[in-house]
Design a protein around this ligand. Structure first.
Ligand code: F6R
Length: 339
């Protein structure tokens, strides 16, 4: 067993504390939902603008909203965005170029708008344009602030009657999961999964509500553990990616598939997973399955998401890196500012 206690000293940026607080952050963030003015109601669709750790909130909102929600990770907006659209800009720093450009343009087409940010140029733009914005607590990595970027929206959409599931009921299951994954003397299940993934290239598979969760696992493994990881969704991958298994044993021996499962998976998707497991085994490819817990699809998806955050944290420690810094992202942003 790795010396987890010793490995924790790698966490100089304090990711463990941020992870630990997630359930309480969710509770606090639900309290911020009341800041969304009722006046925005009457919209027919939703566009969420954001990048990276901020944008994933849009994907998760889309999974559980009963109205169409599209996440735009780009400078440019869909041509159909109009006065009927609720435009939501999410940027933890408030300085993300793509989000600012698209939001500025979007405000010319709709005044049903909102931003979630710690401040920066995005907050300044909202003040100037008299658009409401929800202040998010500073001092976190954007990806560690997901509770504050997602739950004010889930809470207000729930108030408007546009959410499937009860956002406040997830707090209890997240607390239980935190207690199960927090480091103590015995190795926990998140640490065991991290050990299985160590030295491998994880390929995370989700379906419908767990597709954005699979993407979050991939990005958390990239940013926390500093290693490659990929993702794909069912049933689509049965129509292309599986053909690549033919040579994967030879060219991708370190690949390992992680199936994210819920009891709400479509029965035909569940059958596809069983078949895929046989196909993977026959090609000598490794896989594992992780089942979400909770009473509804929302709880199970968030359980899987939070579990993935823990796995990526422990994987970082096994890789000998501090989970917090994301130097290549900062370096690229700095270079973009150069003339
Ligand atoms: C860093 C991270 C990044 C940022 C992204 C956009 O933790 O997750 O993906 O979220 O570079 O920055 P913000 O969120 O400040 O708009």
């Amino acid at each position: 067993m790795p010396n987890w206690k010793e490995l924790l000293s790698l966490d100089e940026g304090g990711m463990l504390q941020a992870l630990r607080q997630f359930p309480e952050q969710v509770e606090r963030a639900l309290g911020l939902a009341c800041r969304v003015p009722n006046g925005v109601q009457g919209f027919k669709n939703v566009v969420v603008l954001g990048m990276g750790g901020s944008a994933i909130a849009g994907d998760l909102l889309a999974s559980f909203s009963t109205l169409p929600v599209v996440t735009v990770r780009d400078y440019e907006l869909p041509p159909w965005l109009s006065g009927d659209t609720f435009l939501i800009a999410i940027s933890y720093s408030g300085e993300t170029e793509e989000t600012l450009v698209a939001f500025r343009e979007g405000l010319r087409r709709t005044r049903r708008a909102l931003a979630l940010t710690t401040g920066g140029a995005l907050a300044a733009l909202c003040e100037e344009e008299e658009i409401p914005w929800i202040p998010v607590p500073p001092g976190l990595q954007p990806r560690a602030a997901l509770a504050f970027l997602l739950f004010p929206l889930l809470g207000c959409f729930s108030r408007f009657g546009y959410v499937r599931g009860n956002p406040s009921s997830v707090v209890t299951i997240l607390r239980r999961l935190r207690d199960a994954c927090f480091p103590d003397e015995n190795e926990n299940v998140a640490q065991s999964v991290a050990k299985i993934l160590c030295g491998k290239v994880p390929v995370i598979y989700g379906a419908r509500t767990t597709a954005p969760v699979a993407y979050r696992w991939k990005t958390q493994i990239n940013e926390n553990a500093k290693q490659p990881a990929y993702w794909m969704e069912l049933p689509e991958l049965c129509h292309n990616e599986i053909v690549g298994y033919e040579l994967a044993g030879k060219v991708f021996p370190q690949g390992i598939v992680v199936f994210l499962r819920t009891s709400f998976d479509h029965p035909r998707v569940a059958k596809r997973v069983e078949i895929l497991k046989e196909v993977l085994s026959s090609r000598g490819l490794k896989f594992l399955e992780v089942w979400g817990e909770g009473e509804d699809a929302l709880s199970q998806a968030l359980w899987l998401l939070y579990f993935g955050d823990w796995v990526s944290f422990y994987l970082a420690l096994l890789n000998g890196v501090d989970p917090t810094p994301v130097r290549p992202i900062q370096e690229l942003k700095r270079m973009l500012k150069e003339p």
